[in-house]
Design a protein around this ligand. Structure first.
Ligand code: TYD
Length: 214
């Protein structure tokens, strides 16, 4: 029997998702749990090209085109990477997924939610995470942290009002699906956050006896 688990990390700019993804991967490795780490936009050769386009500050992209490009990258990632890895009995950890589209393109850009859901259902074939860690952070602090990393990408350059709506969007999503979301205060120390993430994942894995151990 092969059992799998799909985990995503979400949150506004500079919340430290990538660090937490890396830390979780190291824990899974240490525990001998077969896993795969990926990210959005990107994760496939096609998605990587789309990512470059989406983040380029010199390219004008309308909200609808933006959503469709994220969805195109997502559709490719699900078929090429996520579905096969889940079918092979892996824990799949993804840095951003469909909730980012609801927060950024829905709440942030103002695209209609039902339309987003319909396209997302097709793009993901209904593949939904079992656990979503939302690293919540004040957007001013997040943008400051992101700016320290270097040149701003196209999304980071959007105004503060946009980033506030994105944060509210994530929190609204989490409130509407408490069975899937775990909201963590991303201003807490990195170690504490990693500990909270691992505690929940480890507990969940204990209920998945069919998971292969390396
Ligand atoms: P990335 O460098 O991965 O940012 P971060 O480190 O904050 O995850 O860039 C991804 C950007 O794309 C980020 O600003 C969020 C945005 N995004 C959307 O607007 N919609 C989406 O569906 C996804 C997946 C990402």
């Amino acid at each position: 029997m092969s059992v799998s688990l799909f985990i995503t990390f979400e949150g506004p700019e500079g919340a430290g998702k990538s660090t937490q993804v890396r830390r979780l991967a190291a824990r899974l490795e240490g525990a001998g749990v077969p896993h795969l780490v990926t990210r959005e936009p990107g994760g496939t050769p096609m998605g990587f090209r789309v990512r470059e386009l989406l983040l380029d500050p010199d390219v004008d992209i309308s909200p609808l085109s933006e959503f469709l490009l994220y969805s195109a990258s997502r559709a490719q990632l699900v078929r090429e990477v996520i579905e096969p890895a889940l079918a092979g009995g892996n824990v799949v950890v993804c840095d951003r997924y469909a909730d980012s589209s609801v927060a950024y393109q829905g709440f942030g850009r103002g695209l209609e939610r039902e339309f987003l859901q319909t396209v997302t259902w097709e793009a993901t074939r209904g593949v939904t995470p079992a656990i979503t860690f939302l690293l919540d952070l004040d957007p001013e602090e997040g943008l400051r942290r992101a700016a320290e990393r270097g040149a701003k990408d196209r999304l980071e350059l959007a105004d503060l009002g946009f980033h506030r709506r994105v944060r509210e969007g994530f929190l609204a999503l989490a409130a509407s699906q408490p069975e899937r979301f775990v909201v963590l205060d991303a201003s807490r120390p990195e170690e504490d956050l990693a500990g909270a993430v691992w505690a929940l994942v480890e507990r969940t894995l204990a209920f998945l006896p069919g998971l292969r151990r390396g």
